[in-house]
Structure formats: structure tokens, C-alpha cells
Design a protein around this ligand. Structure first.
Ligand code: ATP
Ligand code: MG
Length: 570
């Protein structure tokens, strides 16, 4: 979408080339870093991965594959107060599920704490770092503003010896949290505020999920990230746009420690935003903690585990990442595009089944009472190998209440008084009469069926305008179905006016649980099995299913209902 497409001399269209790959092509032409391509995906283990991370994973691992290079998984675990092994485990599971492999290249920034410490000592020795006693508030005050240069800290001129002593004692745990920091000695008047003596280390007396209580000083992201890239031999350090302004600092830190020719190069791309979705980990954590959703893997969450539980496939997500491409400017992608990708994929791979969500009874008056038969149904018209299945048929059926109208408009091709439709895989029927209760609600629809209109019979080709799905009432399997919809009603829940909160725009109808009636074959569904319920949408058996009693999540309706609503309003 946001990329250019290159044409080969023969004229056929090749895969679009994004600007990052163009840069890499150029680097390879110039034999930069010996022509190597080595990327990394660097999550902070402080939450579950979401669809935005999936885009970054596809880009980093996909780039390595394209250039015969390597991609590392590196946990950026420099803040013990927010991190947890639960997140580490879930992140590994999600990257693998998406179809990527880091082989033996699993790393943690915490693996480098010793080396980072030594480099910090080297910077102190060379007069490029100092221990500052100002508190957080003072540091921010001294930093100045975009229009006003900062002021130097009174502690900036400490001697190397004093700095070395204090930094060692910081490391040894002699000082309380927040009482001292190590800062790079750069330029308090630098036009880029991030270059005004950035903090390199802070004191945090909190156990780390990997290093325990070994450390009580922790490196800041900016200091740790580039050096970690350097230690791993990363060539292209791909990150999101908000880090563009950090790039000079990334390069300055590298300059302090790097030897030889090799340098990692930071490259920024636009983060993915989706309509009707929040993506910040802080907000997602809030939804989980406040019980607004049922955990990180709630099928309404944009997390990878949520999408997986909802029935999304890794292929659909990878394809989505490909289609949206890589942009240099912030982009908001219509969530309908993600839904389109999953429909495309599920259409090819999921078997069909019949289930009725909102049942009304239909009785075939001329079908012998007590009799039943088996009808043969095609599992997947898109997949010749998917085979056939048997569906029981009898005198009393359920159809969708919406598929009958007593007084329909002109173009209503479903069932109406005196009208004819075909029952999917079965007979043509005609509506003869209806029965209502005392409230006027229809309780029974009486029809007659034409025995010679089913498959293999002489009149099987009889043309009628509508085909309805159905289930045999006495064979029907009651099914708990969770109808999920978008979590927010506002297109951009992050775009708030004063006094508004993103939670003000939650969709009250994002989950409706109903009991549907399904063909008995669905009793065999195992968690993760996916189906297209004919005429309704794609559904996936949930983890909560027990044998013989499946619970189904609606992955996505067959059509984009939101688009329809939009059009109806126009
Ligand atoms: P937060 O939401 O707390 O700001 P984060 O989403 O940046 O954090 P990280 O764990 O640091 O979380 O992200 C790991 C990688 O994924 C980073 O390289 C980051 O740039 C990338 N990433 C995060 N969000 C998106 C997004 N929406 N689109 C594309 N890439 C993303
Ligand atoms: Mg981040």
C-alpha cells in the first residue's frame, strides 16, 4: 500500500520492495559490514505481544530470511519493576506460533549487564560519564526545554576518582533508589533534549526475573540497546518511529565503545495502529487488571494470544503484515483489512458446518413422523480433499428466525408464506402456514417438502431463489457460542478530548453469549478446530470446550457488518 512496486525487465510484478529493504540492498552493494544482514526482535517482557509486535516480528524475521541472514530474539529486560517470566514465556510462544525461529539465538539484555557496567566505567575514566546526586525533579528542571538550554548539574565536575568510587558504591547497593544516577557527559545545551546528559544508570533495589538481587543498578534503554545490538553483531536495528530522535544518542554511545569498522544501524518505521483498537501495553494491561476483558488472551484483545484464541491463523496475520507494508509515516490501518485477511484464509481451510443461532421451529407436514434420513454435505467447496460428511434430517427442523418473514419486502428471497426455498444439501420446501403464541411471536412454521428435489433425484435442479441452513431439531447439539465484536465503538479510542478516557468508548456489545443449535458432527470439535458456520461466519472451538460440549468463538462474521451499517446510514 505504502510501497513502491518494482517491475522486472520481463514485465512481471515482483513482491513490493519496502524502503528498509532498499537500504539493505544498498548496504550489500557497498559491502557494509561484510554484506551481512542480521536483525533482532527486542521485546520488553512487560506484557503480551500484540498485532503491532507481529508486524515488527514479520519484518525482522522476514528480512533475515529474505537476505539469508539471521534474526535474534532479545528480551530487553532492563527494568525489573515491570518485567516477569510469565511475559518471557508468552512472547516465545507467540513468536513461534507466528512461524518464526530464532534457532540458538535467544538473548537477554541482562546477559550483558557485566559488559555494560565495564563500558560505563570506561566512559567514566575517559571523562564521558558522571554520578549525579540531583533528584528526578531537579534533573528534569535542569534539563531545560526545547526553546531554553539546560543547566549543568553542580555534580557534573566531579573528578574521575570520585565518580568511580560513587559508581562502585551505587553498584554495591550503598545508596537508596533515586538518590544517584550515572549520566553521560554530553551537552546540556544540545538542541536535541535527549543529548542533554542522558541518564545511563539508575538505582533500583528490586529483584530481577533473571539476575535476582545481583544488581541494584540498571541501565537505561538508550544506553543498553545499541550496545546489545553491537554485542550481537546486529547490522540493521529496526525500531519504531518514536526512536528516530534517539538515533544520535544510539550512535554516540556506540562511538564510546565500538572498535573496528562494524556498526549496527538503527532504522525506523511507522508503528501499526488499527482502528477500533488500543495497542499500548499500558492500556491493555489496564483492561486485563480491571477485569474489563477476561485476561490477555481474551478473544477481543489485539494480542497475538487473543487473536489465536479467537481463531486467527498465523498465515492470515503474516499476510496482513505483508499487505500493509512498511511505512515511514504513522499509519492507521482499518481493522476491516485484518478481518478480510482472516476471512480469505479461513475460507480456504475451514470445513463448513450448519448451526442455527436464533432458532424457530420448522415442521414438514408431509414428512413421515418418526422417520429420519442422512443427507450428504460437502465439507469445503474450496478444498476438494476435504471430503463429505453426513447430516441427519427429520420432520422437525430449526432455521434462523430472521430467515422467515411473514410480510416481507420485495427482494426478500428467504422463506415467506407461500414461498419456496431450498434447505441446504436437502429438499425444496414451501411454506403453508404459521403458528404464533399469545404475544404474536411465531412458534412454528409449517411447510411441505418436495421429495424429488434432493440430490440424485429427478427434480434436484429445481431453481429457487433462496437456500437456508438448518438443523434437525431432535438431533441438534446445543452449543455455547460467544459472539465477539470490536472492543471499541470509537474509530480511534486514543484520540480523546479533555476529560475523556479510552474506556468511555468500550463497545457494550463486544461479547454476547448465546446457545445455538448445531449439527451433531460438531460434538467432536476440539479446542482450536475451525469451521465456517454456513451463512454466518467463521468460528473456532474455544479452550473452554469439553468433550461433547464444545464452546465456540466467533472469529469473524462472513461479511463485514460494520461496513454494511456504514452504508445503510449514508
Ligand atoms: P509500549 O507499548 O510499552 O510502548 P512497545 O510496544 O514499544 O512498548 P516493546 O516490547 O519495546 O514494546 O516492543 C518490541 C518491538 O516491537 C519494538 O521494536 C517496537 O518498536 C515494536 N513495536 C511495538 N509496537 C509496535 C507497533 N504498534 N507496530 C510495529 N512495531 C511495534
Ligand atoms: Mg518499547
Amino acid at each position: 500500500m505504502t510501497e513502491e512496486t518494482t517491475n522486472s525487465p520481463a514485465g512481471e510484478v515482483k513482491a513490493p520492495v519496502n524502503f528498509i529493504h532498499q537500504m539493505i540492498d544498498e548496504d550489500i552493494r557497498n559491502n557494509k559490514n561484510g554484506g551481512r544482514v542480521h536483525t533482532r526482535f527486542p521485546p520488553e517482557p512487560n506484557g503480551y505481544l500484540h498485532i503491532g509486535h507481529a508486524k515488527s516480528i514479520c519484518l525482522n524475521f522476514g528480512t533475515a530470511t529474505k537476505y539469508n541472514g539471521k534474526a535474534n530474539l532479545r528480551f530487553d529486560d532492563t527494568n525489573p519493576t515491570k518485567e516477569d517470566t510469565e511475559y518471557v514465556d508468552s512472547i516465545m510462544e507467540d513468536v513461534r506460533w507466528l512461524g518464526f525461529d530464532w534457532d540458538d539465538r535467544l538473548f537477554y539484555a541482562s546477559d550483558y549487564f557485566e559488559q555494560l557496567y565495564e563500558w560505563a566505567v570506561k566512559m567514566i575514566r575517559e571523562g564521558n560519564a558522571y554520578v549525579d546526586d540531583l533528584n528526578a525533579e531537579q534533573i528534569s528542571e535542569y534539563r531545560g526545554t526545547v526553546t531554553r538550554p539546560g543547566k549543568e548539574s553542580p555534580f557534573r565536575s566531579r573528578s574521575v576518582e570520585e565518580n568511580l568510587d560513587l559508581f562502585t558504591r551505587m553498584k554495591n547497593g550503598e545508596f537508596a533508589d533515586g538518590t544517584k544516577v550515572l549520566r553521560a557527559k554530553l551537552d546540556m545545551a544540545h538542541p536535541n533534549m535527549l543529548m542533554r546528559d542522558p541518564i545511563m544508570y539508575r538505582i533500583i533495589h528490586t529483584d530481577h526475573h533473571r539476575t535476582g538481587d545481583k544488581w541494584c543498578i540498571y541501565p537505561m534503554y538508550d544506553y543498553a540497546h545499541g550496545q546489545s545490538d553491537y554485542l550481537e553483531g546486529i547490522t540493521h536495528s529496526i525500531c519504531t518511529l518514536e526512536f528516530e530522535i534517539h538515533r544520535p544518542l544510539y550512535e554516540w554511545y556506540l562511538q564510546q565503545v565500538a572498535e573496528g569498522e562494524y556498526r549496527p544501524q538503527q532504522i525506523e518505521f511507522a508503528r501499526l495502529n488499527l482502528t477500533y483498537t488500543v495497542m499500548s501495553k499500558r492500556k491493555l494491561l489496564q483492561l486485563v487488571n480491571e477485569g474489563i476483558v477476561n485476561g490477555w488472551d481474551d478473544p477481543r484483545m489485539p494480542t497475538i494470544c487473543g487473536l489465536r484464541r479467537r481463531g486467527f491463523t498465523a498465515e492470515a496475520i503474516r499476510n496482513f503484515a505483508d499487505i500493509i507494508g512498511i511505512a515511514k509515516r504513522d499509519q492507521v490501518i482499518d481493522v476491516a483489512l485484518l478481518e478480510f485477511c482472516i476471512r480469505e484464509d479461513l475460507n480456504k481451510r475451514s470445513n463448513r458446518a450448519m448451526a442455527v443461532m436464533n432458532p424457530v421451529k420448522l415442521i414438514l407436514d408431509n414428512y413421515p413422523e418418526g422417520e429420519e434420513e442422512i443427507l450428504e454435505a460437502i465439507n469445503n467447496p474450496e478444498d476438494p480433499d476435504a471430503g463429505m460428511r453426513s447430516i441427519p434430517f427429520s420432520r422437525e427442523l430449526y432455521i434462523e428466525r430472521e430467515d422467515f418473514m411473514e410480510d416481507p419486502p420485495n427482494k426478500f428471497f428467504r422463506l415467506k408464506p407461500g414461498g419456496e426455498v431450498r434447505l441446504k444439501y436437502g429438499y425444496v420446501i414451501r411454506c403453508e402456514s404459521i403458528v404464533k403464541d399469545e404475544n404474536g411471536q411465531i412458534t412454528e412454521i409449517h411447510c411441505i417438502y418436495e421429495a424429488d428435489t434432493k440430490r440424485g433425484m429427478p427434480n434436484s435442479n429445481k431453481k429457487v431463489k433462496g437456500t437456508l441452513h438448518w438443523v434437525s431439531a431432535k438431533h441438534a447439539l446445543p452449543l455455547e457460542v460467544r459472539l465477539y465484536d470490536r472492543l471499541f465503538v470509537k474509530e480511534n479510542p486514543d484520540d480523546l478530548e479533555e476529560g475523556q478516557n479510552f474506556k468511555d468508548f468500550l463497545n457494550p456489545d463486544s461479547l454476547k453469549t448465546i446457545t445455538a443449535f448445531a449439527e451433531p458432527s460438531l460434538g467432536a470439535a476440539k479446542p482450536g478446530d475451525r469451521y465456517q458456520f454456513e451463512r454466518l461466519g467463521y468460528f473456532c472451538a474455544d479452550l473452554d470446550s469439553v468433550s461433547g460440549k464444545p464452546v465456540f468463538n466467533r472469529t469473524v462474521p462472513l461479511k463485514d457488518n460494520w461496513a454494511k451499517i456504514g452504508q445503510a446510514e449514508k
